[in-house]
Design a protein around this ligand. Structure first.
Ligand code: B12
Ligand code: SF4
Ligand code: SF4
Length: 421
């Protein structure tokens, strides 16, 4: 009883600390931004809020100007007649540090990620954009955020004094998975917690991570960016937070440690490791069942569980030949080739282009909505086709190799009189 009361107080404190204080203290910024947007003018973000951390000499600066080299083509099924323009109603007079630099684009050594956005830290190099994003929320978005924050109050808490022994981790894994699915998630898996999944600022110290996906509405994503889609996203986040809090509470009630891992944690690598999907060119995860139309949530725990395995469903092969997200992203933030990021080659999204567009429009998600895998019922067939094509290509390459070896042997026999090297 006392534990629950403490959690409820934490929820109220969270709402008043972040949301309410923020809403009331940024009236001027909100008003001036809206007026600039109406008049087609620009506000200077340096005139608002705390100073941005100054970059040191030699560090690359952010360039928010959209990439104009890519040719745009809007997907025929997008609901919006036209995407909002990439002319922003704000500018930053003092150039800030590049988000790509912060997150290790081009770095060849592995290291944990650093917090980049949705940090609520306004002295962060991208803090001015964070400030604007939070300040311009509409009343509807603000209420949705309060409801969401209320749901996070049970993310952590005290565990039961008596611990339920776990003799069969496989059976316990099945029990936890069934519990998570019952709460409304569409998929769930378990991964070991690795350095890829934690941020430098907020390390988590648990052996396992339970990761789950909650279906998102593609119709709303096809309407993004819009206030309606922003509200739907908040509601979907709220549902995800509710499941994470309930699973963490369920485990703590069994006397084991558990904490919902939402912001201090890299959701995508955990979900990849657990076999929920693969990273797409648009920087989000793709699964066979839901394409990219799902939100991720996670719970870190020391409850003994059995880990899953990553699965190759053919996303890389598909993305290598597809351009849909690239041509539909208004600021052209999506790279067509894999990049070296913190010691790994993978698909990557340019922060300096995506984030300003995201901020100006109260969110975005065009890239996941237009992705062909997100069309209901297509993923399974795409996956089977890509894997079959790959087998066919491998067989053709092996046959070519055999022909080459045979003809070389034949040549040697005829010309050199021997097939020996
Ligand atoms: C900050 C953030 C943003 C920022 C920055 C985007 C970005 N590319 O990182 C902004 C505000 C722009 C943004 C936008 C969107 N986001 Co966002 N975002 C996050 C958040 C909170 C943290 C990600 C982060 O810190 N990135 C910074 C560094 C680490 O980026 P990075 O090195 O490029 O790594 C990215 C991926 O490569 C992958 N990753 C990181 N490390 C590794 C390691 C390996 C081995 C692999 C394979 C992948 C991988 O994760 C990163 C996120 O894309 C996560 C939630 C979370 N806690 O993980 C959601 C999250 C990634 N976003 C999500 C979504 C859906 C979106 C949007 C579609 C908006 C929307 N409608 O909700 C857009 C899509 C933008 C895009 N093309 O990526 C979902 C993705 C779900 C999915 N199906 O994959 C997440 C997981 C939120 C959630 N709880 O569901 N987001
Ligand atoms: S739209 Fe095409 S290229 Fe982009 S992630 Fe989806 S399948 Fe890959
Ligand atoms: S969310 Fe996707 S479509 Fe929108 S700007 Fe970012 S990368 Fe482009």
């Amino acid at each position: 009883m006392l534990v629950r009361l403490k959690q409820d107080l934490r929820g109220l404190r969270q709402i008043s600390k972040t949301t309410w204080r923020h809403w009331t203290s940024n009236r001027r910024l909100r008003k001036e931004f809206r007026s600039a947007q109406r008049k087609g003018e620009r506000i200077v973000l340096d005139d608002f809020g705390p100073p941005v951390m100054a970059p040191e000499a030699g560090q690359p600066l952010a360039d928010f100007s959209p990439n104009t080299e890519v040719k745009s083509r809007k997907a025929h099924f997008m609901t919006l007649d036209e995407y909002p323009s990439v002319d922003y109603s704000f500018e930053i007079r003092n150039p800030t540090l590049s988000g790509n630099y912060i997150n290790g684009l081009g770095e060849t050594e592995p290291r944990p990620a650093r917090e980049i956005f949705h940090t609520w830290k306004f002295d962060h190099p991208l803090g001015k954009l964070e400030l604007l994003f939070q300040a311009i929320r509409t009343p509807g978005e603000w209420i949705a955020l309060c409801k969401r924050q209320w749901n996070t109050r049970r993310f952590t808490g005290e565990k039961a004094a008596v611990q339920v022994p776990v003799d069969d981790p496989a059976a316990m894994t099945e029990q936890i998975k069934a519990f998570t699915l019952d709460l409304g998630s569409a998929m769930v898996g378990v991964a070991p917690l690795t350095d890829d999944m934690v941020t430098e600022e907020l390390p988590l110290d648990y052996p396992y991570i339970i990761t789950f996906g909650v279906a998102m509405s593609r119709d709303e994503a096809l309407e993004a960016p819009s206030e309606r889609s922003a509200l739907t996203i908040q509601a979907e986040y709220r549902g995800t937070d509710r499941i994470a809090a309930a699973v963490a509470q369920h485990i703590r009630d069994m006397g084991w440690d558990a904490q919902a891992a939402i912001h201090n944690f890299m959701q995508i690598p955990a979900a990849v490791e657990a076999g929920l999907g693969q990273l797409g060119k648009h920087g989000s995860l793709i699964s066979k069942d839901l394409g990219s139309m799902f939100r991720l949530g996670a719970v870190a725990t020391n409850l003994p569980l059995v880990i899953g395995q990553s699965e190759d469903i053919g996303v890389d092969d598909f993305c290598a030949r597809c351009q849909v997200c690239i041509t539909n992203c208004p600021p052209h933030a999506i790279f067509d080739t894999k990049q070296m990021v913190r010691g790994r080659e993978r698909w990557y999204v340019d922060f300096d282009m995506c984030i300003p567009y995201f901020v100006e429009n109260h969110g975005c998600g065009i890239c996941i909505g237009v992705c062909p895998w997100s069309e209901p019922g297509r993923g399974e067939a795409f996956s089977l086709k890509q894997l079959a094509l790959r087998t066919k290509r491998a067989e053709a390459a092996a046959a070519d190799e055999a022909v080459h070896v045979n003809s070389t042997d034949e040549f040697r026999r005829r010309v050199l009189g021997s097939a020996e090297t």
